[in-house]
Ligand binder design. Structure first.
Ligand code: ADP
Length: 576
């Protein structure tokens, strides 16, 4: 892990001096009345250590920095123990106001994180330098409820996929007649709640994490509490509503969406539905020989997905990912060692030559799918039908089953994820370059061959121009696809970081010009992405701002999150 000694020392929130900030923190310490380590001040004695995913990455800054890490460093990290602590902290932030150039009052900016493992999207960093990070995960990690009959759970922010998985396994031992699954994203160390509020995805049929949530408890920017869904209706004798984890909605306009990718509330509890485990499931992959097959593959997926033939949201990956999931550095695949150069991606010839020596053999695209059903025979029949649908459109389609590849092949890790078992395999990517970090670019496109091709060509061209290997993974549903490309760069290489930023900015602009926008982005690019959603004279952003100002008049909660700046910050040059 990289670390950096502080050059600037403690960076207080904007408008505060070090002294006024430390005095405010002392006041909070007295109020919370907890152990000394409940609040960590990031003064110059605290180095900016990136940390490693598993040991818990940095909460002082963005561990996968694309700029100077000190630009996105927090002044302090607070580790609340309870909802009452979170409320007290929010009220404290509102009490300590300063004014910006526009003379409007603003409180201390608070940035809530659950685990801070949101790497590639900004990690634990505050958007405003000197913002205070609320690390909810360290002390609030209870599984509040696990309801076997309703097949649901309620979790606090610090519950990881691994922790929930273990608890559900235990529950399953006590109700073998209805075993349950969780749904996990590619990496299992993150927070179940954090990933869902950020609208992350997984790969069982419950892969849309926000869609499968049911009920939230939220601390609002004034410190008051709100429950969404049926939780808004109290149960008898002070109990929770018995239907809280049964029905996502309540009465009147739906507000739960306002707390996803949001700066309108701190979610302290969230309910989720759990999937009854199917009697049988089978993962497999299909390989396609030519780069040019891409559009045709997408055309075959669309009707299969719309008709519900595909069991989950499959991943379509370029074969170059067969190389990086081996965990070997890029340069081991370089045919001409003299070409080793951080600005030179592998050539197509090098990728194909290397792929031909790996388990799947040479090909251009790999489709990872999973079927779920009553019997193994039913799954085998489904997979045979799916394979022939592809084979009739794409010559050279080849089916590969787990037993066809060595036990360390990625297909086995995929099979676990698609059955709700958390894994860490995708961390192997980071070995691609020294000091590896990554940045996600994730636009949405319709599931149509022509659109897929246009998007891919554009992204590919820009990767060539900026000197990066292109790693496309597409999560393809019946009507839309998440095109996820992962820019892997060397955190110690200032030039690589600048190129990565230029590549991101170029892709956001070029995709928007074709009508494609990102579903999520790193916090440094949020302003640019928000601006691309410009229909109707930026109607969406203006509506977001109107709500923000009404709910959080002093802008204490995550200013700048999703490109939404509170009134007291707008027009003062914060937007990037
Ligand atoms: P992970 O679950 O991958 O560790 P984080 O904890 O970093 O992810 O959460 C991802 C993002 O979601 C954060 O940067 C923050 O903006 C938002 N977030 C996380 N937890 C909460 C929460 N409890 N309330 C509101 N927003 C949250």
């Amino acid at each position: 892990p990289l670390s950096m000694t502080r050059r600037r020392g403690l960076q207080p929130p904007p408008g505060m001096t070090v002294e006024s900030f430390l005095a405010a923190v002392d006041e909070l310490r007295r109020e919370l009345n907890g152990p000394a380590d409940l609040i960590q001040i990031n003064n110059d004695a605290v180095e900016l250590v990136d940390g490693w995913y598993l040991d818990k990455p940095a909460t002082t800054h963005d561990a996968f920095h694309v700029a100077d890490p000190e630009n996105l460093a927090s002044s302090a990290v607070i580790f609340p123990r309870s909802t009452a602590d979170v409320q007290a902290i929010v009220r404290w932030a509102n009490r300590h106001t300063t004014t910006g150039a526009g003379k409007k009052k603003r409180g201390i900016p608070l940035y809530p994180i659950s685990m801070g493992r949101n790497l590639g999207y900004g990690g634990a960093a505050p958007r405003v330098p000197g913002g205070v990070v609320l690390d909810l995960g360290r002390n609030m990690h209870q599984i509040v409820n696990l309801d076997g009959a309703n097949a649901s759970c309620v979790v606090q922010p610090g519950v990881t996929y691994f922790a929930l998985y273990e608890a559900v396994q235990k529950l399953n031992e006590s109700q073998p007649e209805q075993p349950l699954w969780i749904d996990t994203p590619d990496l299992g160390g993150g927070s179940v709640l954090g990933n869902a509020v950020d609208r992350g995805v997984g790969y069982t049929p419950y892969g849309d994490h926000f869609a499968n949530h049911c009920g939230m408890e939220v601390v609002l920017p004034d410190g008051s509490l709100l429950r969404t869904g049926m939780g808004a209706l109290p149960g008898p004798d002070g109990a929770d509503s018995p239907a809280w984890q049964s029905f996502q909605h309540s009465f009147g306009p739906a507000v739960h969406g306002l707390f996803s990718q949001s700066s309108l509330g701190i979610v302290v509890q969230m309910g989720f539905h759990l999937m009854p485990a199917p009697p049988a499931h089978q993962s497999y992959c299909l390989t396609f020989p030519r780069e040019d097959d891409f559009a045709a593959i997408v055309e075959v997926i669309r009707p299969l997905a719309q008709r519900g033939v595909l069991g989950n949201i499959p991943q379509l990956r370029h074969v170059v990912q067969e190389l990086n999931v081996t965990g070997q550095p890029r340069e081991t695949f370089r045919a001409d060692k003299a070409r080793a150069d951080p600005t030179k991606p592998l050539t197509a010839e090098e990728v194909h030559a290397a792929a031909s020596r790996l388990a799947l053999g040479d090909c251009a695209w790999v489709f990872y799918g999973t079927q779920y059903g009553a019997t193994q025979q039913a799954l085998d029949d489904q997979i045979a039908d799916i394979t022939s649908a592809f084979a009739s459109a794409i010559p050279g389609t080849r089916l590969v089953r787990p037993e066809d590849v060595p036990t360390d092949h990625y297909l086995h890790a995929r099979a676990l994820v698609c059955a709700g078992v958390p894994v860490l395999r995708e961390l192997d990517w980071l070995n691609w370059v020294p000091n590896g970090a990554h940045l996600f670019f994730s636009p949405i496109a319709p599931t149509r061959g022509a659109d897929a091709r246009a998007l891919h060509d554009l992204i590919k061209q820009l990767h060539v121009e900026h000197g990066f290997d292109l790693f496309p993974t597409l999560c393809v549903a019946g009507r839309e696809m998440h095109y996820i490309s992962n820019i892997v760069y060397d955190r110690a290489d200032a030039d690589a970081k600048q190129r990565a930023v230029r590549l991101m900015r170029a892709m956001i602009a070029a995709c928007a010009a074709r009508g494609f926008g990102e579903y999520r982005t790193h916090l440094l690019f949020a302003d640019q992405v928000a601006r691309t959603y410009s229909w109707g004279g930026q109607a969406l952003l203006r509506f977001h701002e109107t709500i923000k100002d009404a709910v959080d008049p002093q802008g204490v909660l995550a200013p700048g999150r999703s490109g939404i700046w509170p009134d007291a910050y707008r027009g003062e040059g914060w937007e990037l």
